[in-house]
Design a binder for this molecule. Structure first.
Ligand code: NDP
Length: 400
């Protein structure tokens, strides 16, 4: 029996679990293991009557390697799909090594006390994974994830060399709250309040947070302000895609979101430095998370679409070429299908597909790899089949 253990039971995991249950030919068994077991049980209760996939649940503290090893040894999954938080990446990788089990995640490791977003900690596991004969697939969400698959596909089929990549992440959704984040607020706010950066001629260029702004007219959404952010896939794509001169990442934000964020920043609520409050140490950003709407509750309220993709510029047969690959996803359609909005959906579907690539042996090489290092074709086919169809444009408007 082919089995997958999913760690975490939040917004992204819930979508991935729905998708595994739709795909029971591959996912014959799944175990949902997370910190709060009642969430895992509730999902099992909802989904078991609808699927042939045999669902089991467990409580686990993914910060504890020994606990993870015991659980993995008892369930014996073919692959562990890590959909907890980036802080747990290394403990879960350690447990996978100890049990010789394949590993998949959607976000790179981050230490709790510094918002850094670098692959170095996980790339340091390469030799150990190779020796153990197991695969670690890093970054199988949308961005990172599908953006890497799009890049590998463009490289394989459309270009001899790619010189410029602009990744554009547009969320045209409206949840009706004055301020809320579409996924884990702590991760989201750490990401957007960090300095921006991009890679040019092999070097990182740093910007102030939100310093570089552009306006873009997104198909399916319309005109939006977007800002240059640091994003983790820039680091791996700059190494893995031939001929890169510059790679940037832009994300859309509305003025109201930015004004709220600025205010929260100014009063110290987004800080990750612990402070003493009534004799107890608290982290302001974690406290803020506790008072913001739960991203999982945004599903029924969010209307509109997301449009995420990559604009490539490079050369084919000696001639200049541009190519835009993107996906448009509708918040309400996602909600009808799996009970979540599009931001969780666009991450959870590729997470399921990444695990499927490993379970079916379509992607099979020992070591630690970013997603663009595998053959993109079966993943691209699966995106169309499992709810994230892609579109192409051979004459896109470019970002200056
Ligand atoms: P949530 O906060 O909704 O879910 C996280 C889940 O992990 C929760 O169920 C939480 O448990 C569980 N968890 C946290 N700590 C532990 C622990 N120590 N042991 C066991 N379980 C734990 O986050 P999201 O679903 O929004 O995000 C999940 C991951 O996806 C994150 O790593 C995020 O960075 C990544 N992501 C990637 C994207 C991409 O495109 N690549 C886009 C969006 C997100 P509890 O229920 O008890 O809180």
């Amino acid at each position: 029996m082919k089995k997958c253990m999913i760690i975490g039971c939040g917004g992204v995991a819930s979508v991935a679990i729905h998708k595994c249950c739709q795909n029971s030919e591959v996912f014959e068994g799944i175990m949902i293991a997370s910190r709060t077991k009642s969430k895992c049980d509730a999902l099992k209760e909802k989904l078991q009557p609808t699927t042939k996939t045999v669902i089991e649940t467990a409580q686990v503290n993914a910060d504890n390697v020994d606990e993870l090893i015991t659980l993995i040894e008892s369930y014996k999954p073919d692959v562990v799909l890590n959909l907890a938080l980036p802080y747990q990446d290394l403990t879960i990788m350690d447990a996978c090594l100890a049990t010789k089990t394949h590993y998949v995640d959607t976000a790179n490791y981050e230490p709790l006390d510094t918002a850094k977003f670098e692959y170095k900690w996980q790339w340091a596991y390469r030799e150990r994974f190779e020796k153990a004969g197991i695969t670690a697939l890093l970054g199988s969400g949308f961005d990172p994830g599908v953006t890497g698959v799009f890049s590998a596909y463009a490289m394989k089929h459309e270009f001899d060399e790619i010189n410029y990549i602009d990744i554009l992440d547009c969320n045209g959704g409206d949840h009706g709250y004055p301020f809320a984040t579409n996924f884990n607020p702590e991760i989201n706010i750490r990401e957007v309040s960090a300095k921006g950066s991009y890679i040019e001629d092999g070097k990182w260029v740093e910007t102030e947070p939100m310093e570089i702004k552009r306006v873009y007219d997104f198909k399916g959404v319309g005109e939006k302000d977007m800002y240059l952010l640091h994003h983790e896939e820039l680091e791996s794509l700059a190494l893995n895609i031939k001929g890169i001169k510059r790679i940037r990442f832009f994300m859309t934000f509305g003025q109201s979101y930015l004004t709220h964020l600025k205010c929260l920043e100014n009063v110290g609520m987004t800080s990750i430095e612990p402070i003493m409050y009534e004799g107890k140490e608290i982290v302001p950003l974690q406290f803020l998370k506790a008072v913001l709407p739960d991203p999982a509750s945004l599903g029924p309220r969010t209307v509109g679409k997301t449009n995420i993709g990559c604009i490539f510029r490079g050369k084919k047969d000696g001639k200049d070429k541009t190519y835009y690959l993107y996906n448009i996803c509708d918040h309400q359609e996602c909600y009808k299908e799996v009970g979540s909005q599009a931001v969780s959906y666009t991450t959870g579907v590729p997470a399921m597909i990444g695990a499927m690539m490993i379970m079916t042996g379509q992607w099979n090489k020992a070591g630690v790899y970013n997603i663009e290092e595998f053959d993109p074709d079966p993943f691209m086919e699966a995106l169309n089949k499992w709810g994230l169809p892609w579109e192409e444009d051979f004459d896109p408007v470019l970002v200056d």
